[in-house]
Design a protein around this ligand. Sequence first.
Ligand SMILES: [Zn+2]
Ligand SMILES: [Zn+2]
Length: 315
Amino acid sequence: MRAMVLSGRGALQLREVPVPRPAAGQVLVRVRACGVCRTDLHVVDGELPHPKPEVVPGHEIVGEVDGRRVGVPWLGWTCGVCAFCKSGRENLCALARFTGYQLDGGYAEYAVADERYCFALPERYGDAEAAPLLCAGLIGHRALRMAGDARRIGFYGFGAAAHLIAQVAVLEGREVYAFTRAGDAQAQQFARDLGARWAGSSLEAPPELLDAAIIFAPVGALVPAALKAVDKGGVVVCAGIHMSDIPSFPYRLLWGERVVRSVANLTRRDGEEFLALAARSPLHTRVQQFPLEQANEALAALREGRITGAAVLVP
Ligand SMILES: [Zn+2]
Ligand SMILES: [Zn+2]
């Protein structure tokens, strides 16, 4: 099969490799589409420690097992017996293994996956349209839950995750405020088209104080910026797996019972909840498709902010 393989850092290489053989409990998935997530950029750039050598990235896999459509997410395996696993927090399992990082992922024609961690996908979405649901959607959903019942909610970074979760927030009757890179008029218009009440640059203050903010961009300087934008009692949720260092800031930005927290990975329950929601509600998933061989081009476009919505590879 063809696969895009990471050896060392930097670019992926197109290789012909054997089709993987499923072990006990695993299924062989014929990949129909695989989303390109910012986490893949962090893997390729060496910002996440100890990836599997020669890993195939990709953890938003839409594929087929014996004619049945399945989704394979980031969470690929957990121990099932530790205190985290036993208390509904398998996302924090120290032994967890992740797709496209410690396990080969979906930048290939085939992948293997542990059957217990695969999801059924709502039929209303095509293969490429369903791919971003599997991480951008799931992690965004978990981050939105961490924001509690915030009415006014800000999104820093309006990419794959924010474009899906903004729609969920609007459906739930919340007010969405979108913060993009300065001068990115296209992303700001895109946010308004999806129901944002206000869209501007992350350097600007919103017209009103927010109840919560979710930071999807991997930029630590956004943490104090978001704290300034939230009202007393507000929550700032960092939804990415990697972020540049957070600059020091005066305590008064945190004072007033403001909270800063991160969201790590996902549980299978998050996936089931979010995919049920996506089955009930017609979310518009905007995708830009690339052939599998152009994975490096897709990653470069994501890095440079040239993707509106989500990039998806198609073998
Ligand atoms: Zn565990
Ligand atoms: Zn992801």
